[in-house]
Design a protein around this ligand. Structure first.
Ligand code: MN
Ligand code: MN
Length: 470
């Protein structure tokens, strides 16, 4: 393309597809194949953390708790992970420089919107065994009905033993239904406003319909389900009390579009950023500064709890790292945190031709234009947002351009249409530089979300460039 003499004055965000060689394209598609496999297998925060730990171990990462126990020290180039209850994971690659000089941190979350089972979920209603649910995260409830659902999770019994449950992913498995009312009888339902079309207490899972043969018993269908649960998982009804069972869309992540340029999968918010962060940090050996990837839980419900970003877990583990690398002091910990740079990674909304009025065309992300940076998020005048500093954004631009990473900037929709938050502001409390970034999606928080393969590839490259240079 001929260079125009004004090109340097203008900024045009270009499609990453245009710059790819055949070899690049092969890499784009190979990465998305690995990503689809991961997304098909890992549909809960636990499944993500357990899979990441297993892959990290193969790549030479060691459990920080084992190192602490052994009395060994850490040195530059060492790789460690910290597993917070199988629900939040930290990965560190120790740098040549002291940790108090600051770290390069990637952060993403591995929890996604879903329907959780209540603690006493099972009941019988007119010959049907049903399960009560309580939705997790922000969903349009009317999207979460009349789909094949799977159940993933754990049941922890009183003796501490754990039954892992995954039903609905194998093609020979049964799937589960949350019913919707037939259109023929929906005259009243269709008059309701969308937030009331499907009510939370009506989102019950139909779990079975065969009665136990013993005709003397009451609630014979429920009893038969309990008999089957006991047979298969050695559990009783009371064990539901200490279970975490999640109802998620059943089935594999798929290619999307006639040119297979996109991925459709459940839980891309925010496992798309978690997976790309993970692939990036796995490529880091012997960095100057200590590198870290945080894969956290509970973002969708406010980052609360012991496995959420508001907990002290991350800070505690950085303290352990400092202590394992030399002499620990509180001041060193504070310096390490304040001197760090972070990419807080979460998904953005991609421009959608079906809903053009939701976004402002100059400040929205587009499929295929690369990793998305959001200077700020929040709502009603940037409320609750980490508004990144321009000095830091300039540094990030330098790094991305040096590595020829396709990047773009975005706001989450038009001003005052809504908004959202991430973990950025929590980390910024330490005084570190943080900017929001990530991958743009269609259908965010719907059972099946869509992303561009070029964006998955550019985001992974962007994270790697950041870990090498920030
Ligand atoms: Mn998110
Ligand atoms: Mn979300």
């Amino acid at each position: 393309m001929a260079q125009n003499k004004y090109d340097k004055l203008k900024k045009e965000y270009k499609l990453a597809w245009d710059k790819y060689t055949q070899k690049d394209l092969a890499e784009v598609f190979k990465l998305s194949d690995r990503y689809k496999d991961f997304m098909s297998k890992c549909k809960t925060e636990r499944e993500c953390v357990i899979e990441f730990v297993s892959l990290a171990k193969k790549a030479g990462y060691e459990d920080i708790e084992e190192i602490i126990k052994s009395g060994r020290r850490l040195k530059a180039g060492d790789k460690v992970y910290a597993n917070n209850r199988d629900k939040m994971l930290l990965l560190f690659v120790i740098g040549k420089e002291p940790v108090e000089g600051g770290m390069r941190i990637l952060g993403a979350h591995v929890d996604s919107p879903r329907l959780d089972l209540k603690q006493n979920p099972l009941y019988e209603d007119n010959g049907l065994a049903m399960l009560k649910t309580h939705y997790y995260g922000g969903i349009k409830k009317y999207q979460w009905v009349a789909l094949p659902f799977a159940i993933h999770g754990v049941v922890v019994k009183k003796d501490g033993s754990v039954a892992n449950i995954v039903i609905g992913e194998d093609e020979n498995d049964p799937v589960f239904n949350v019913s919707d009312l037939l259109i023929h009888l929906s005259a009243e339902q269709m008059e309701k406003k969308p937030s009331k079309i499907i009510e939370a207490e009506d989102m019950n899972v139909c779990f079975g319909s065969i009665p136990i043969t013993d005709k003397e018993e009451k609630e014979r269908v429920k009893l038969n389900i309990l008999r089957l649960l006991n047979e298969k998982y050695k559990m009783s009804e009371e064990d539901f009390v200490s279970a975490e069972l999640e109802i998620v869309p059943a089935g594999r992540a798929r290619d999307c579009g006639f040119d297979s340029s996109m991925v459709m999968a459940y839980g891309q918010d925010d496992r798309i950023c978690a997976y790309t962060s993970f692939e990036a940090i796995l490529k880091i050996d012997d960095p100057d500064k200590t590198c870290c990837a945080i894969l956290t839980d509970k973002e969708e419900i406010g980052s609360v709890g012991a496995t959420g970003m508001h907990s002290k877990y991350f800070e505690n583990k950085v303290a352990e790292i400092i202590s394992l690398c030399g002499e620990y002091s509180d001041l060193k910990l504070r310096r390490a945190l304040e001197n760090s740079f972070m990419l807080s990674s979460d998904v953005s909304a991609a421009f959608d031709p079906n809903y053009p009025s939701a976004s402002e065309k100059n400040n929205v992300a587009y499929f295929g234009k690369g990793i998305v940076f959001n200077k700020y998020t929040g709502s009603r005048g940037k409320g609750g947002s980490n508004d990144a500093n321009p000095e830091y954004i300039a540094k990030i631009r330098r790094i991305m351009d040096k590595h020829n990473v396709s990047w773009q900037t975005s706001e989450l929709g038009k001003v005052d249409l809504g908004g959202g938050g991430t973990i950025a502001y929590i980390m910024a409390n330490y005084g570190m530089e943080v900017v929001d970034c990530g991958v743009a999606l269609h259908n965010m928080h719907a059972p099946w979300e869509v992303a561009s393969k070029a964006d998955i590839y550019e985001t992974t490259r962007g994270y790697l460039a950041f870990l090498m240079e920030a």
